[in-house]
Design a protein around this ligand. Structure first.
Ligand code: 5RP
Length: 224
């Protein structure tokens, strides 16, 4: 199977996982990226069976609206029942690196609110130790150089993602050559750097379930 077919398979699996749990007032959080896009397109077929969605990016909100799926401001809903999103990497504890699509801050906010986070990814995303994928860090523009120096002190090699402005008006530093054997501690350390808005480690609140697309079918993984 191609990577695109694996993404479609996990998107379909997420829909199948959710279907028995959906009620007409269910609020679904919707992620960002190519795998989340597959899920949005699949969701269109059952849009009458959910209450509303909240989106983790302007791009996903736009795609949902194009399908006629209602999108609400997070501040106007009481909660988010399920959040479905992709990842750039996951370890077996379902701690993630996210933010390849620069949507990490809103993704982390929706994750924080959601009752259950269902991560969907193809098998290339499952790793032993996080950090082969450069860790995205969203930064207030004026703090970019300062934050970069602090990230160097932590052992990484931050690279400014040229030409990218997030939905929140900020910039992204991608931290290369940065193995992350202790994701919880690293997430907290980077959060503590002044000027950092969000880092792409999802360890303090990892995924609850990972639907992983493999050549042999979709596997359902829970944190080890
Ligand atoms: C966007 C993200 C995405 O979930 C992540 O980049 C995975 O994307 P894709 O499904 O296209 O591989 O975190 O900010």
């Amino acid at each position: 199977m191609t990577q695109d077919e694996l993404k479609q398979a996990v998107a379909d699996a997420a829909l199948a996982y959710l279907k028995p749990k959906l009620e007409n007032d269910t609020v679904l959080g919707i992620g960002t990226g190519s795998t989340a896009n597959c899920f949005i397109d699949a969701l269109a077929a059952i849009k009458g069976q959910i209450g509303a969605t909240v989106a983790s990016s302007e791009a996903s909100a736009e795609r949902l609206k194009q399908h006629g799926i209602p999108v609400y401001d997070l501040n106007t809903v009481d909660g988010v029942d399920f959040y479905v999103d992709g990842a750039d990497e996951s370890n077996r504890s379902l701690q993630l690196i996210k933010g390849g699509g620069a949507a990490l801050t809103r993704e982390k906010i929706v994750t924080a609110v959601a009752r259950e986070f269902i991560c969907i990814a193809d098998e290339s995303k499952l790793v032993h130790t996080l950090g082969d994928f450069p860790l995205p860090v969203e930064v207030v523009p004026m703090a970019r150089s300062y934050v970069a120096r602090e990230l160097v002190k932590l052992g990484g090699d931050p690279v400014y993602r040229e030409g990218v402005v997030t939905d929140n008006g900020n910039v992204i530093l991608d931290v290369h050559d940065f193995a992350i054997p202790q994701p919880l501690a690293t997430e907290q350390k980077i959060n503590n750097i002044t000027g950092v808005v969000t880092n792409g480690l999802f360890a303090l609140k990892p995924a609850d379930v990972l639907l992983l697309g493999t050549a042999g079918g979709v596997q359902t993984l829970y944190a080890e």
